[in-house]
Design a protein. Structure first.
Length: 420
RNA sequence: GCCAAGGUGGUGUAGCCUGGUAGCACGGGGGACUGUGGAUCCCUUAGCCCGAGUUCAAAUCUCGGCCCUGGCCCCA
């Protein structure tokens, strides 16, 4: 018998779930504050839905089920299907924090089952959307305890203008973008040789590198893009987006080498990194053409927080221990015959909003105290003959060792006071 | 798909090179102690990833597989 979960899948024991739930709840409560409503869709989708958007690469990673079904590999495809089918009134702002599945080789930060936390806005072309998504994601990261999220910004339209300016053949564009995306990860030489192999002239390569290597303030970069690539529209969008971000009190950094893998982005793309860490924890962009693949064209933009990366960064930072919330009270029947009374006490406490637990293993009092102590309870309510007769409990504070003989209602009042 | 390093009770590990009784710590269960805990002591539980080969004998050597960790390819 093999007790390990399938390849690339993980169990999350209680001690791990504490941190995960906290992160998920933190994020979802912020999403809600910004007015995003939760949309849940099934884990399983029809294969035709999944493959409509997937590139060849992702298509090979779909977990197939029963011939014509498969597990979702992201949260955007189900969203596109839902929106196309129901056509909700714009702007449709939804969030979704859920697992997705991909059949690929697991490695660092990459699993076959992993969680994404997406927000998307359907039905608006305004750069206000981008700014709102960014501030929302940024707020989440701050709330999770990351002090300095760094937001990188680019626009596919600028890259497209550049490609036009360079007279790049359409068939080359995607492989060129992919090579550019490696800037900072691979050496310049390697990227250059890759581009040569793809069939670019050395003049084109030089111009490309001049472009993506350009440094300066956001304003300078945008002017540069207009002048060198004729990217009027793309630069205009970004400068507007930067204005809106200013209103929220933060400033993204323009980086022309930011591409982002997926082919469906049509406008601004962004990525958030944490300055003290390597790799991005969030990314997204505008995908105005995607929805038309599912029927109705509709402008759309989204951003995704990578839960797995965030969790592993939190764990690495020693935040795996959440501020331990002590469990409140454990009801210890002195003998098994008082279990019924313990139940009554426990339920009274629960109805008063106090988490209460009682013995399921018929343990003697010593064992129960030992258990309650090691399980992190702050107090134990001991119940036996005396207590039952007068509708009371002996409430023992486990850290101080102090005991009080109290009516149930008095005990509730005391526990509520301690909890507050 | 490719490359490298690994896989020993539930967890963390020793043993492997040099084949010969699998050891330690923590955890779990019980007791010392039948209405008062965290300590201590004792008892107990439970393991060599799978398969083949070499050998009188394999956790140990060889090969294959699976899984895991990291890197590449790829990818949010």
């Amino acid at each position: 018998m093999d007790y390990t979960p399938p390849k690339g899948m993980r169990d999350f024991p209680p001690e791990k779930m504490a941190l995960r739930s906290w992160a998920v709840q933190t994020i979802s409560s912020i999403y809600k504050k910004y007015g995003y409503a939760e949309l849940q869709t099934p884990a399983i989708e029809k294969l035709e839905t999944l493959t409509r958007k997937a590139g060849d690469e992702i298509e090979g990673q779909i977990f197939r089920i029963e011939g014509d079904l498969g597990l979702r590999f992201d949260l955007t495809v189900p969203l596109a299907r839902y929106v196309s089918g129901t056509q909700p009134a714009p702007p449709f702002k939804r969030f979704c924090i859920a697992p997705v599945w991909r059949r690929e080789e697991p490695q660092k930060g990459r699993f076959r089952e992993f969680w994404q936390a997406d927000i998307d806005i359907i039905g608006s072309s305004s750069m206000k959307c981008e700014a709102e998504l960014l501030v929302c994601a940024r707020t989440c990261l701050l709330a999770l305890g990351f002090s300095s999220p760094k937001i990188l910004l680019n626009n596919r339209k600028i890259l497209n203008s550049l490609a036009q300016e360079l007279k790049l053949d359409d068939s080359l564009v995607s492989s060129v973008f992919r090579a550019l995306d490696k800037k900072g990860k691979a050496s310049e030489e390697k990227i250059k040789s890759e581009l040569e192999k793809a069939g670019l002239t050395s003049a084109q390569i030089a111009k490309l590198f001049q472009f993506i290597g350009k440094t300066g303030s956001n304003e300078e970069l945008l002017k540069f893009a207009q002048k060198e690539a004729g990217a009027e529209e793309g630069a205009g969008e970004l400068s507007q987006l930067l204005e809106y971000c200013k209103g929220y009190g933060f400033t993204p950094l323009i980086d022309f080498s930011l591409v982002r893998g997926l082919g469906y982005y049509t406008g601004p793309v962004f990525e958030i990194t944490l300055s003290d860490e390597i790799g991005s924890v969030s990314g997204g962009g505008r995908y105005d053409n995607l929805l038309s693949a599912y029927g109705k064209p509709n402008p759309a933009v989204g951003i995704s927080l990578g839960i797995e990366r965030i969790i592993s960064l939190l764990e690495g930072k020693g935040k795996s221990q959440l501020p331990a919330k002590a469990k409140v009270v454990y009801i210890a029947p002195v003998k098994e015959e008082f279990y019924i009374y313990a139940q009554v006490v426990a339920d009274s406490l629960r109805q008063a909003g106090i988490a209460a637990e009682t013995d399921l293993l018929n343990r003697n009092l010593r064992k129960q105290l030992e258990f309650a102590s090691s399980a992190g309870y702050s107090s134990v309510a001991i119940v036996g003959q005396k207590e039952k007769e007068s509708g009371a409990v002996t409430l023992r504070n486990l850290s101080s060792g102090k005991e009080q003989f109290l009516k149930i209602s008095e005990a509730i009042a005391l526990l509520q006071k301690e909890a507050a």
